[in-house]
Design a protein around this ligand. Structure first.
Ligand SMILES: N[C@@H](CCC(=O)N[C@@H](CS)C(=O)NCC(=O)O)C(=O)O
Length: 494
């Protein structure tokens, strides 16, 4: 067995089936049925079954802690700083899951209360009164709020009772730090491969191989440091997701040819502290596909003058837009590209039959506008920058000063470009767009109205359109070209 000298006050996860804490909450039953364990074992073996089984019978229903419903923008805050220790989570968030597993593993069911937040309809008080970063997880303890999942795992480990999550052995301690420092790079390599249209990338394969090798380093247990530790907690929420995503999206079994990883998944699925935090794989898959723009979002219907106004300033972030407006499309692409489909709700409007209340929302009465943090922000180019710097997701603004200067120049030119293109469409004369750059819509209009192919002789523009059309965040915002053409013709009187 394992020689690793962890300070433990409960049995080793490898010797007992249940590894729930020594002093469990009265609300929790420790032992799981044989069927339940078998289901998890199989789930760990075969990714194809993960989705099917979880959908058929939620593994958690019998023995799990009764968890509170997520709080929304309509919910009152809990009595903050009243001495209760609270772990704020979102049930589907892998970062929050790390702190949640640590809390469970140390048997802190009664000491640390779970407070779930609905990230898609976040209560305003969470940012204002609890955690200004407005992310989960965060921990309210001793009149202070702390964040960052890996810091929280360490904090919970050293400030609360229960089995230690950090080994005493210096070599393992050092390896733990190395592996913790690698988690972001691991996640990045795997997520980038999922969103790419290509086969599983070399970087993703190398990252998985690195994990396989790390799991074999001490050769005395199925876990990274032998016994279950904070390193397993750091990786398992992501390994759980990557197994599902790679199998379903890339048809790639991450455990194939990686026996250590296979064993790790099998064994970690015997640990209740972890399995209690698992979510329905089908839900995780759909949620992530939506987030990463890998499937079409169901778009809300267009609002007309007959539609009532949404409950303004209730904490929901709303993008007021029109599906056929290219300015609104800029903000919409930004939202999609950054994976903010859940955080930023679309409010599409019929600009020909605009709801009267919109003028009170945004006195300029134009789209797009963004309702965020009790403010309304307008102007599409400002919105691209605002969304980029105030929300998570891939950065759209470069750090390179030279590129930044060029970006500003191009942004400054965009109005003149649009004017030149529209004037050219309106004019009776031949096309003169000597060096104007390009946006996708103009290709359709010029081809159809002027019988002019704007890509002809312009290889860069041609390539730009080709590549642009491979980006889901953009493709999802495209409208029927015939509808756009008819609208534009009417507008230009041609
Ligand atoms: N580095 C943070 C990341 C936490 C994080 O990004 N959490 C997501 C949910 S999975 C979040 O709260 N996002 C808030 C937002 O998107 O505004 C950690 O490790 O705790």
């Amino acid at each position: 067995m394992n020689s690793l000298a962890f300070t433990r006050c409960c049995p080793s996860p490898l010797t007992h089936v249940s590894t729930s804490p020594a002093v469990p909450s009265a609300r929790i039953k420790i032992r799981r049925s044989r069927r339940f364990r078998a289901a998890h074992y199989l789930a760990a073996q075969k990714p194809s079954r993960i989705v099917a089984m979880a959908a058929a019978a939620p593994a958690s229903s019998v023995n799990k802690e009764v968890l509170p419903s997520p709080l929304t923008s309509a919910s009152e805050p809990p009595p903050l700083f009243d001495g209760t220790t609270r772990l704020y989570v979102a049930y589907h968030c892998p970062y929050a899951q790390r702190a949640w597993i640590a809390r469970n593993y140390k048997g802190l069911y009664d000491k640390i209360k779970i407070v779930a937040i609905d990230l898609a309809d976040r209560p305003a008080w969470y940012k204002e009164k609890v955690y200004p970063e407005n992310k989960v997880p965060s921990l309210e303890h001793n009149n202070q709020v702390k964040g960052e999942s890996l810091d929280l795992v360490k904090y919970i480990d050293s400030n609360f009772e229960g089995p230690s999550l950090i080994p005493d052995d210096p070599a393992r301690k050092q390896f733990a730090e190395e592996l913790l420092a690698y988690t972001d790079a691991f996640n990045k390599a795997l997520y980038s491969s999922i969103v790419s249209k290509d086969d599983v990338s070399e970087e993703a394969v190398a990252a998985l191989d690195k994990i396989e090798e790390a799991l074999g380093k001490f050769n005395d247990g199925p876990f990274f440091l032998g016994l279950f530790s904070l390193v397993d907690i750091a990786y398992v929420p992501f390994i759980e997701r990557f197994q599902i995503f790679f199998f379903n999206i890339k048809n790639y079994d991450i455990t194939k040819g990686r026996p250590n990883l296979q064993k790790f998944i099998e064994e970690v699925n015997k640990i209740d502290a972890y399995t209690q935090t698992k979510q329905d794989p089908q839900f995780l898959l759909e949620h992530t596909k939506k987030r990463l723009g890998l499937c079409m979002e169901a778009l809300p219907p267009t609002m007309t003058s007959a539609c009532e106004k949404p409950p303004l300033y209730d904490g929901t972030t709303r993008l007021y837009m029109s599906y056929v407006c290219p300015y609104a499309q800029r903000a919409w692409i930004t939202r999609n590209y950054k994976g903010l489909q859940e955080e930023i709700k679309l409010v599409p409007m019929d600009m020909a039959d605009k709801p009267a209340w919109y003028k009170n929302v945004y006195p300029k009465n134009e789209v797009p506008s963004l309702e965020h943090n009790k403010r309304i922000i307008g102007e599409s180019l400002d919105l691209i920058k605002y969304i980029d710097s105030n929300f998570d997701g891939p950065k759209l603004i470069t750090d390179d000063p030279e590129k930044l200067r060029f970006a500003e120049e191009l942004l400054g030119y965009s109005d003149a470009f649009n004017r030149a293109m529209l004037d050219a469409l309106r004019s009776k004369g031949p096309v003169d767009i000597a060096y104007v750059p390009f946006i996708d819509g103009f290709q359709i209009f010029f081809a159809s109205i002027k019988n002019y192919d704007i890509t002809k002789g312009r290889v860069h523009i041609q390539k730009f359109i080709e590549e642009l059309n491979k980006i889901d965040a953009y493709r999802q915002t495209k409208q029927d070209p015939q509808v756009l053409l008819a609208l534009t013709k009417k507008k230009l009187g041609v």
